[in-house]
Design a protein around this ligand. Structure first.
Ligand code: HEM
Length: 431
C-alpha cells in the first residue's frame, strides 16, 4: 500500500511552504497540486519511494526533457548503486527471475540501437495501419456486450480487454490462448503497486508461454506470406547485418511489447473518457466534430488527453552512470532518477493554462510518450486504439454519463502508471 511520508522540505526552502505528502491515496487521486509544489520549490527532489528505494523526482518540463535524452542516465539497473541489495525493487516485478531483462527499457546503446532497429523492421507504421479494421471490430464487439444494459464499468468491460486482445492479435497469439493473457494481465494490473509476488508469477507463466510460441513460430516460418505475417514471426525474421534476435531477446521483446502496450492503453482510454465526462463542453465539441466526420479534433484531442492526465505518470527508471548536475542538484553516480511526465506536462513555463483541458490546443509537445531514444515505440498503435475507442464509444453511446461521484472513484496506487480502478457509467440502452 502506498504510505504517506511528508516530503522533506528541501534545504533552502522557506519553512512556510508546507511540503506535500507523496504516494498517499489522496495523492493518487490528484497528484497535480503536489507536482505544482515540487516544480516550484524542489524541481529535482530526492525522496523515498513506497518500496524504500531513494530516487530523484524531476518535475519541470525543461529538466524532464533534458533528463530523458541524457546519455549519462542509463536504463540498465546494473548502474543502480543499490542494485546488489535492492535487487528486484526497481523495474518490472518478475522480469529478473523470468530472465526477461534484455528488453528495450533496460538497455542502452549500442545494444538498444541494435534491438530497436530490429523491432522497428517488424513493428512498422504500415503494419499498425493495416490493423485498423481489427481494432474497430474489437471495439464494436466489446461495446456490443454492454450496450443494451444501460450501464457498464468502462475499465473492466472496455478499456482493459481492448488493448490486451489487440496486442495479442498483433503479436500472433492464437485467439484460444488470449484469455490466458487476459488473466495474467489482470493480475499485473490488480497488483500494480501492491504485492509483487502475484505479478512475478504471472510474468513467469507468460514467459513460459512466449518461449513455446516463439519456438512454434520459428518452425513454421514461411508458411504464411510475409505481408500477412504476425509480429512475432516478423521479429524472428528480422535481422540486422545478418544478426538475428536470440530466442531470449525475442521473448523479452514480445514481453515488453505486451507489458508496455497494455496498461498504458487501458489508462489512455480510461483517463481519457473520464476527463471528457468531467468536461462536458469539450466533450460536446469532440462529439460534434466526430459526427461531422472531421477527425482533426480527435487527433489533437487524444494528444491533449495524454498531456492533461496521461497514462504514464513517471517515465521508467534511469540511473546516473557518473556524477552529474540537473536543475542545480548534484546527482551522485548510481542514483535513480525518475522523470515525472505528468508534472512536466503541466508546467506553466511550457504550456499556457496547463491545468485547462483544451482539445484544440496547438504547440502541444507533451512528454506523454517520452522523448529521445526510448520514445514510445508503440505510439502509432496507442493512437489508433485511443482514437478508435473514444470515437466509437461517443458515437454509439452519445448520452454516456458518470454513474459515481468523482470522489468515490479509486485510482490505482502504482508508481509508474496512473489510472482508475473502475469507471462506472450509465446511458440509455442501445436498441
Ligand atoms: C516506451 C508511453 C503505448 C511500447 C514508452 C515510454 C513512454 C511510453 C513514456 C518511454 C519510457 C522511458 O523513457 O522511460 C506510452 C503511452 C502509451 C504507450 C502513454 C499509450 C497511450 C504503447 C504501446 C506499445 C508500447 C501500445 C506497444 C505495443 C513501448 C516500448 C517502449 C515504450 C516497446 C520502449 C522503447 C525503447 O526503450 O526504445 N512508452 N506507451 N507503448 N513503449 Fe509505450
Amino acid at each position: 500500500k502506498p504510505h504517506a511520508p511528508a516530503a522533506d522540505a528541501p534545504a533552502g526552502c522557506p519553512a512556510a511552504a508546507p511540503a506535500p505528502a507523496l504516494f498517499t491515496w489522496e495523492f493518487a487521486a490528484d497528484p497535480y497540486p503536489a507536482y505544482a509544489w515540487l516544480r516550484e520549490h524542489a524541481p529535482v527532489h530526492r525522496t523515498e519511494l513506497p518500496s524504500g528505494v531513494e530516487a530523484w523526482l524531476v518535475t519541470r518540463y525543461t529538466e524532464a526533457r533534458q533528463a530523458l535524452a541524457d546519455g549519462r542516465l542509463s536504463k540498465n539497473p546494473v548502474h543502480h548503486s543499490e542494485s546488489a541489495h535492492g535487487k528486484g525493487k526497481v523495474g518490472i516485478p518478475g522480469e529478473r527471475s523470468a530472465n526477461l531483462m534484455t528488453h528495450l527499457l533496460n538497455i542502452d546503446p549500442p545494444d538498444h540501437t541494435r534491438l530497436r532497429r530490429l523491432v522497428s523492421k517488424a513493428f512498422t507504421p504500415r503494419r499498425v495501419a493495416a490493423f485498423a479494421p481489427r481494432v474497430q471490430e474489437l471495439t464494436d464487439h466489446l461495446i456490443d456486450q454492454f450496450a443494451a444494459k444501460g450501464e457498464a464499468d468502462l475499465i473492466h468491460e472496455f478499456a482493459f480487454p481492448l488493448p490486451i486482445y489487440a496486442i495479442c492479435d498483433l503479436l500472433g497469439v492464437p485467439r484460444e490462448d488470449q484469455d490466458d493473457f487476459r488473466d495474467w494481465a489482470g493480475m499485473m494490473i490488480r497488483h500494480g503497486g501492491g504485492p509483487r509476488g502475484g505479478v512475478a508469477r504471472s510474468v513467469k507463466k507468460m514467459r513460459g508461454y512466449l518461449a513455446e510460441l516463439i519456438h512454434r513460430k520459428r518452425e513454421s516460418l514461411g508458411d504464411t506470406p510475409e505481408a500477412d505475417e504476425d509480429l512475432i514471426s516478423g521479429l524472428i525474421r528480422a535481422s540486422d547485418h545478418g544478426e538475428h534476435l536470440t530466442e531470449n531477446e525475442a521473448a523479452a521483446m514480445a514481453f515488453i511489447l505486451l507489458f508496455a502496450g497494455f496498461e498504458t492503453t487501458v489508462n489512455l482510454i480510461g483517463n481519457g473518457i473520464y476527463a471528457l465526462l468531467r468536461h462536458p463542453a469539450q466533450r460536446e465539441l469532440l462529439q460534434k466534430s466526430i459526427t461531422a466526420g472531421d477527425t482533426g479534433l480527435l487527433t489533437s484531442g487524444i494528444e491533449e488527453l495524454l498531456r492533461y492526465d496521461g497514462p504514464v505518470e513517471l517515465a521508467t527508471w534511469r540511473f546516473a552512470t557518473q556524477e552529474l548536475t540537473l536543475g542545480g542538484q548534484r546527482i551522485a553516480q548510481g542514483d535513480p532518477v525518475l522523470v515525472v511526465l505528468a508534472a512536466a506536462d503541466r508546467d506553466p513555463a511550457r504550456f499556457d493554462e496547463p491545468d485547462v483541458l483544451d482539445l484544440t490546443r496547438r504547440d502541444n509537445q507533451h512528454l506523454g510518450y517520452g522523448h529521445g531514444i526510448h520514445y514510445c515505440l508503440g505510439a502509432p498503435l496507442a493512437r489508433l486504439e485511443g482514437q478508435t475507442a473514444l470515437a466509437t464509444l461517443l458515437t454509439r453511446l452519445p448520452d454516456l454519463r458518470l454513474a459515481a461521484e468523482p470522489d468515490a472513484l479509486r485510482w490505482r496506487g502504482g508508481l509508474i502508471m496512473r489510472g482508475l480502478r473502475s469507471l462506472p457509467v450509465e446511458f440509455p440502452p442501445e436498441r
